[in-house]
Design a protein around this ligand. Sequence first.
Ligand code: MG
Length: 384
Amino acid sequence: MVKQLCILGSTGSIGTQTLDVARAHPDRYGVYALCAHRSIDKLVAQAQEFRPAVVCIADEGLYEELNRRIEAISPDIKVWAGSDAIAQVVAMPSVDVVVAAMVGYAGLRPTIEAIKAGKTIALANKETLVVAGEIICELAARYHTPILPVDSEHSAIFQSLVGEDRNEIEKILLTASGGPFRTFSPEQMRSVTAAEALKHPNWDMGAKITIDSASMMNKGFEVIEAKWLFGVEVEKIQVLVHPQSIVHSAVQFADGAIKAQLGAPDMRLPIQYALSFPERLASDFPRADLLALKNLTFEEPDLNRFPNLGLAYEATHRGGNMPCVLNAANEVANLAFREGRCGFLQMSEIIAETMAKTSFIAKPTYEEYVATDAEARRIAAEFI
Ligand code: MG
């Protein structure tokens, strides 16, 4: 049976690599809907190639132009715009799998709608679980919706857990490349530019997540993501800096056995596995040649140089809406850094200050998360 995909964030890094997988397996995957934020040229080119039933653009100001250009390709393709439209696309009856690859907080609402509609979720948007993991997990349980991780580390953990049923997890070993500033002194880190931070040593990703990787906020988010996906307390999640990015993460069981997934750093593998699970499909992705690897090393992360990781642990210990505050402040700081409006180390200061000043809510509703996000963004902006 051909699985019909709805791809949220189709023009981004995960979206385009999801289309690589779909292109290689047309007998298995159909592209039903493509949703993008505002990259209209890429979206039109994708529609030309894949002929989806629906294309959707978040930026409503681009509707007229998109509609005109899609009409020229095929009058059969529906053209929608705006966040309400995206929330509806995910629930369309023909959609089997929603690939949630939008950037940041914007991914939360459509993911909730997709879960309620019982669609299988291939989750790349980690901010969704960071902001509202409790709500997401409750809804997924209530609607019996599978959430399959796309993030490479979480895919590795998920793959290590296949066949383990209810065997107890003693520890999750979450690996981190350490990013481009792994060996930098605090003095060097003070003056790094966005262009330097955007040069990730191993992974080719979008701009926002590449900056999050350089500051290790990405790893902090992944700790929170792992907590919700695998139901493990954060005390049992250990971050290991592994600069070679070959061991994508591991699980240690009650008998002391450690299972890991290894491979070349290529996001198409975890994307394809999320789509094909429990099967494995043949691929021509690059292979990790263990003989060619001189060494695989592991070291403890330095929380003094990468305070974001500590802030993420603190946010999850405090619980409630604090991870939502962490995320909102980080989105504001990350953008400010990319636009040259704040320094690299200043990002952590903005996030810590925002966490100290935003009102705490122990058990937030969805509406309270929305309000928290807005309040934290406003407070964070005042520090820039
Ligand atoms: Mg990752």
